[in-house]
Design a protein around this ligand. Sequence first.
Ligand SMILES: NC(=O)c1ccc[n+]([C@@H]2O[C@H](COP(=O)([O-])OP(=O)(O)OC[C@H]3O[C@@H](n4cnc5c(N)ncnc54)[C@H](OP(=O)(O)O)[C@@H]3O)[C@@H](O)[C@H]2O)c1
Length: 337
Amino acid sequence: MSVLISRKIRVHQLAETVRAGAEIVAENVALPSAGQVLIRNRFAGINALFDRAVVRDELPYRLINPPFDLGVEAVGVVVAVGQGVENLKVGHFVSTTRFTQSYREYQTESADKVWQIPALHPAYVALRPTAVSALVALEQVGQLKDGETVAVTAAAGGLGQFVVQFAKMRGCRVVGICGGAHKVAFLRQLGCDAIIDYRTENVGQALQEFSPKGIDLIYDTVGGVLFDTLLNHLAVRGRVVVSGYASDMGRPELPELVTSPRIYTQIYWKAAQIRCFQNALYPEFQDDASRRILAWYHAGLLQVKLDERRFKGIEQVFDAIDYHLSGQNVGKVWIEL
Ligand SMILES: NC(=O)c1ccc[n+]([C@@H]2O[C@H](COP(=O)([O-])OP(=O)(O)OC[C@H]3O[C@@H](n4cnc5c(N)ncnc54)[C@H](OP(=O)(O)O)[C@@H]3O)[C@@H](O)[C@H]2O)c1
């Protein structure tokens, strides 16, 4: 193979924005070692809130020190295989999920970490790991039961669309909460039993009408005022899955603003629970969830909504991140590489 050059996004310094902290760099691509495959990434999922938090050093622990690369999920084509690799061949389409491996044109990965997929399609960057996170969080953290009432925030987003669908598959009554008329239209088509546009409706009143006895399971990724309102409508023995807090993330002034009562005063008398989810901390459930999700998708039982805004080429990763942070998206934000 002649010398290949790969371009990627590399964070060279911690900064306020990914654009300020990162740059595009080119490097020679090495042939895969034994047990590895070389992949030409074709699609990547965008996880702007996570990217920004990492570059701002906002996680309670430092993942890695600069310089480091960004991006998690990718779909691509195997272009070379290392010695001893039996399960994959050149030309196979694959899905990968590993921090630092997707905002780049080529990646090298252990063959046993790579999932072969039947088609080269961006839907797979939404299925793994976004849909996987939704399923593991609902089942393992939310302890979802058949027929419950479920409320989902950012329901029209990359992750929320799957929370809605998995809850519906379990016979639940689902209220999808979102910001904007274009998202309402999508959630109607997705099969939500009720939809609340928090920009134009009184969320508390709408939740009360949807379920006067309260909501059994709240799946929240938005946080802020919406979280407070949802908490007031939690059912007896209800559960809240905190899977993100998009509206409050990146606000260092926040602790000074929070004046609400201590959380336990709101949940103690209902014997309710607030539990948090982090996909990386539930690794043992991910393979099984991936298998079930891919089977449902291939059987036509699971829709994947990809956001319609198109981004192409490594230089547009920054624009895709800014767009995702604007919160306008419907479905998963992604880029073609
Ligand atoms: N815990 C985990 O392991 C895990 C794994 C994956 C993702 N997540 C989190 O889950 C959430 C969904 O991820 P995703 O990639 O699928 O994103 P997404 O839902 O496609 O996009 C984020 C959505 O959050 C809402 N939002 C509200 N306030 C926002 C703000 N200030 N800035 C940006 N968005 C805002 C917007 O929807 P509305 O306008 O409809 O509210 C927006 O579309 C994110 O918060 C992400 O960090 C967590």
